[in-house]
Design a protein around this ligand. Structure first.
Ligand code: UD1
Ligand code: MG
Length: 462
């Protein structure tokens, strides 16, 4: 390990009681990605050489979410200083700089972390990330020297009146040299209001040794902590506001930005128009000039240039729309390629399918992709025309230029430029409707069919 490397210790052993959840707090999603996933994405940009997550309960859940991070267990939980010490063994012989983060403070920007590392390398023994919250509430307060460097951090419970009046607060995020960090933590005691080993005490210890502690400041939105479902919703709102602003800044029109929900990885091209009430799950790429109309739900989909989606469309994972393709109202597409210029405009399910260029899928077409055991591919060739209310039973191919008659159940391949017709022929019975009405009216009058009672049915009777 080289001294120019960076590692991260993420504290996540707190119980997270206020979430009232069987899921570990740091696994709750914001914009479709877990809190800890957001943090690790930032750390990837900082290029940390190793990441250690300190957990208490629900270790397996965290392990499964972050397979590339080392997991350290802190049991019992005796404070933030004690939590960092729990990571010591996992840090091995690492001797570079360490960033300390909180698993429930997910939005710390990579630029902020880099600024902290820079300050460390410019000679500060420790670097603390401060912020000025609108309501400083119970945060630890940063007590500065005249030159702006940090003298100590005082926890709200241990603070006097004057200290509580300080607006600059401790976000909890810190940077330090690894060896120095653990040497300082070995000297921390639990002689305070909470009887805990405070990480924050290392500031006063470093300063007492003649060291200098620097403060880097971040906006409040970057260091907000999440302790409850209400705060999770606030974080989601912050995330969405940023994603909407980014999409618009990059050249997309959002007709009603507040009602559009993005995922952490939604890619939006230029001259894209997104209507009201559109929701994106993870894994969506939208090319230029795409229109996504109101009330569409889209995840795991790639949408080609100039394609038109919705209103009321659903694109599920593996949906790929070619240039100028159209997927209209009440159409669901899953694991299917809809090639350039192809259309499925109304009321369809297209799953596990390949649809060729300029093919037309008529209203109400269903691919019967699943038989309860396996899934099968439906192929619709270039320029094929699928009549309304066709039921395509795969594996089946309607070759290029082929056509299916409306209402057909297609179980056999249809050749190129051929027609597949699979429905009963029509028979007209003259005057039969009048006779039917007469008979039914008589039965009704005689009370032959009383109102059905499903509650009287015995399931054992089949
Ligand atoms: C801590 C800071 C405070 C700061 C605030 C910012 C200390 C002593 N105080 O206070 O200055 O303003 O965060 O939110 O550091 N954790 C463990 N093991 C433990 C205790 C905590 O892993 O034994 C983790 C928690 O899961 C959480 C983080 O550390 O992610 C912070 O713990 P929390 O109890 O919220 O600290 P605060 O008292 O809020
Ligand atoms: Mg807290």
């Amino acid at each position: 390990m080289s001294a120019t490397e960076i590692a991260a210790i993420i504290l996540a052993a707190g119980k997270g009681t206020r979430m009232k959840s069987a899921t570990h707090k740091v696994l709750h999603p914001i914009g479709g990605r877990s809190m800890i996933g957001h943090l690790l994405a930032s750390l990837e940009e900082v290029e940390t050489a190793q990441n250690v997550v300190v957990v208490g309960a629900l270790k397996e859940q965290v392990e499964a979410e972050v397979p590339d991070a080392a997991i350290a267990v802190q049991e019992p939980q005796l404070g933030t200083g004690h939590a960092v010490l729990a990571a010591r063994e996992a840090m091995g012989d690492f001797d570079g700089d360490v960033l300390i983060l909180y698993g429930d403070v997910p939005f710390v920007a990579p630029e902020t972390l880099r600024a902290m590392i820079d300050a460390r390398r410019e000679g500060a023994d420790l670097v603390v990330l401060g912020f000025r919250p609108a309501d400083p509430a119970a945060y630890g307060r940063l007590v500065q020297n005249a030159d702006g460097s940090l003298a100590r951090i005082v926890e709200f419970k241990d603070a006097n009146e004057a200290e509580r009046a300080i607006g600059l607060c401790n976000s909890g995020v810190m940077a330090a040299d690894c060896g120095h960090l653990f040497a300082l933590l070995d000297r921390v005691t639990n002689d305070n209001a909470k009887g805990e080993y405070y990480l924050t005490d290392i500031v006063e210890l470093a300063v007492g040794d003649g060291g200098r502690v620097a403060v880097v400041e971040a906006p409040e939105a970057e260091v907000m902590g999440i302790n409850s479902r209400a705060e999770l919703a606030e974080a989601e709102a912050i995330f969405q506001a940023r994603a909407r602003a980014d999409a618009m800044a990059n050249g997309a029109t959002l007709i009603d930005p507040e009602s559009v929900f993005f995922a952490f990885d939604t890619e939006v091209g230029k001259d894209v128009i997104i209507g009201p009430n559109v929701v994106f799950g993870p894994g969506v790429r939208i090319s230029d000039r795409v229109a996504i109309h109101a009330f569409s739900h889209i995840e795991g989909a790639e949408i080609g240039p100039g394609a038109v989606v919705g209103p009321f469309a659903r694109l599920r994972p593996g949906a790929q729309l070619g240039e100028g393709a159209k997927v209209g109202n009440f159409v669901e597409v899953k694991n299917a390629i809809i090639s350039a210029g192809a259309k499925a405009n109304h009321l369809s399910y297209i799953g596990d399918a390949w649809v060729g260029e300029k093919a037309n899928i008529g209203a109400g077409t269903i691919t019967c992709n699943y038989d309860g055991f396996n899934k099968y591919l439906t192929v619709v060739g270039d320029g094929a025309f699928i009549g309304s209310n066709s039921t395509l039973v795969p594996p089946v191919t309607i070759a290029a230029g082929g056509l299916t008659a409306a209402g057909s159940v297609i179980t056999k391949d249809v050749g190129p430029d051929s027609i597949g017709l699979a429905r009963a022929g029509q028979e007209n019975k003259e005057g039969a409707a009048a006779r039917f009405r007469e008979r039914k009216a008589a039965e009704k009058k005689a009370g032959k069919w009383p109102r059905p009672d499903p509650t009287a049915h015995d399931k054992n009777d089949g």
